[in-house]
Design a protein around this ligand. Structure first.
Ligand code: DC
Length: 236
């Protein structure tokens, strides 16, 4: 299918705040279309992991420069193994480590450096190359691939996103109001940083297809994106 598509018809951008099911949706859309799945947040998470490992101070400009250097030199690979995305840093599987609370708590600060974002964006363009990919993130349709073939903006209420995150991370506390409130607070804080940063803030591209996923089951969510992609493929 991909070889018949015009050059620009290579990227489906799926943006939106944390907890809207972007990555699971993007992965399943990619699987159904036979396209590659690329997780842009994983690059920022690897950068945050490097900052922790190198004990860098994000408030220090010289340390920020060290982080950018380390990221530029890092060999980051993404692939799906047995249906699960694996991220490797210099050959080491860091898929679990990049999701730890320590990484999550600093990643939006790492991502607010414009020069570091340029490094990530260049890495993302290399990952796509001349192929076809479904990429999820915050600025894929607005900044990284403004000519994306299809742009999707996924959203859901804060309560719904917190509920999903608790169920995923701590299923035993899924109905615990304290856990829900604490996840909601950290999601709101991350959203605020992502939306308010001066460079590449989280926002929907003007030509994005908006999908509110509150109350929508996963299959319907995926089917809407796949249908939109197929409609466009049919028109090219
Ligand atoms: O999607 P995620 O939670 O793994 O993303 C991790 C962080 O990286 C998140 O706080 C926002 C940031 N990010 C970004 O600024 N731009 C992207 N394209 C993807 C993620």
């Amino acid at each position: 299918m991909s070889s018949r598509l015009p050059f620009l018809a290579r990227v489906i951008a799926i943006d939106g705040p944390a907890g809207t099911g972007k990555s699971t949706t993007a992965r399943e859309v990619a699987r159904r279309l036979g396209w590659r799945y690329v997780d842009s947040g994983a690059f920022y998470r690897v950068a945050a992991l490097l900052a922790l490992r190198l004990a860098l101070d994000l408030a220090d400009e010289a340390d920020r420069a060290r982080l950018r250097q380390a990221l530029e030199r890092a060999a980051i690979e993404q692939e799906i193994v047995g249906g699960t995305p694996r991220i490797r840093l210099g050959g080491e599987d860091v898929s679990v480590e990049i999701r730890t609370p320590a990484v999550t708590s600093i990643v939006s600060r790492v991502a607010d450096d414009p020069a570091l974002r340029e490094i990530v964006n260049a890495g993302l363009r290399v990952q796509v190359g001349e192929g076809t990919a479904v990429i999820d993130g915050r600025d894929i349709g607005t900044v990284v691939f403004p000519d994306a073939f299809l742009k999707v903006f996924l959203d859901a209420s804060l309560e719904e996103r917190a509920r999903r995150r608790v169920a995923e991370a701590e299923p035993a506390r899924a109905a615990d109001p304290v856990a829900l409130a604490s996840y909601a607070q950290s999601l709101a804080e991350r959203d605020r940083r992502d939306r308010e940063r001066s460079v590449a803030p989280l926002r929907a591209a003007e030509d994005a297809l908006h999908i509110d996923t509150s109350g929508l089951d996963f299959d319907s969510q995926v089917a809407r994106v796949v249908r939109a992609a197929q409609d466009r493929i049919g028109r090219t």
